[in-house]
Design a protein around this ligand. Structure first.
Ligand SMILES: Nc1nc2c([nH]c(=O)n2[C@H]2C[C@H](O)[C@@H](COP(=O)(O)OP(=O)(O)OP(=O)(O)O)O2)c(=O)[nH]1
Length: 237
């Protein structure tokens, strides 16, 4: 029989699915709020959201949490990426979804604070460390233009082609295979660029693991790729 502490570790290893909303206002600012008293990391700032209940889709969970916590009606949202993180209190699988399509002015219903912030603006309290890096990604462009926006660095020790934008805000990788994508995820890169035919194979339950650009897809297909979870599309040069 396993000692009690090992059993507890196994129990706490259960992965908790969490719906997280990146709600972007017309002026490009995103909705952030503080965690209410009584929850782990109370007072830290985060994107709105919460745990999935039984039989809920991620969108449904997000819509429910936004209504319950902030009185916001979420009309539509698209998958962005999934990130796993192990906290001392839980192993979470965060399903980030983006939305420009919501109605209502947020009114905190659980004693929290909230507001719309630009990516380079400081919230009154610390962001959850996991979220801090993601705030920077919210301004990733819908479309990267190969020659003007991106610099391709030489293949690095990981044998993947590393790409960054000209202002050093984001670093990504050109991923030909799932193995390349997993390396980029493990290195916490901000995005991957994949060939269109590889895109579906990189999805886990319909969601990418990292913000994903589809290489060479015409910009006219942007809505098509976004509905599938691609964050942006690089136009044919
Ligand atoms: N809502 C939210 N949770 C996040 C973010 N980033 C992050 O690591 N998390 C973690 C913190 C928590 O461990 C977990 C979410 O759980 P929670 O306690 O907020 O969920 P909940 O509202 O359903 O809580 P409850 O009903 O159990 O009180 O996900 C984020 O941006 N938003």
């Amino acid at each position: 029989m396993l000692p009690r502490s090992s059993l507890e570790n196994i129990v706490s290893d259960k992965v908790v699915d969490v719906a997280v909303g990146v709600l972007i206002r017309e002026d490009g600012r995103m909705l952030l709020g503080s965690r209410p008293e009584g929850k782990p990391y109370a007072g830290y700032w985060e994107f709105p959201g919460g745990k999935l209940e039984k039989n809920e889709t991620v969108h449904q969970a997000l819509a429910r949490e936004l209504e319950e916590e902030l009185g916001i009606a979420l009309a539509d949202s698209t998958p962005w990426f999934v990130k796993e993180h192990v906290y001392p209190h839980a192993h979470v699988r965060l399903h980030f979804r983006r939305s420009h399509d919501f109605v209502g002015t947020p009114v905190p219903k659980e004693g929290q604070e909230c507001g719309f912030y630009a990516a380079n603006e400081r919230t009154p309290g610390l962001m959850l460390p996991v979220d801090q890096a993601i705030v920077n990604r919210v301004e990733l462009p819908e479309v990267f233009e190969e020659s003007s926006d991106l610099l391709t660095l030489s293949r690095n020790a990981l044998q993947a082609t590393i790409v960054r934008d000209r202002s050093y805000r984001w670093v990504g990788a050109r991923a030909e295979t799932m193995d390349d994508v997993l390396k980029a995820v493990a290195m916490d890169y901000d995005f991957v660029i994949v060939p269109p035919e590889a895109f579906d194979g990189l999805l886990v339950n319909g969601e990418p693991r990292i913000p994903t650009y589809v290489d060479g897809a015409p910009a006219a297909d942007l809505a098509f790729w976004q509905a599938k979870g691609a964050h942006g599309v690089k136009p044919v040069m």
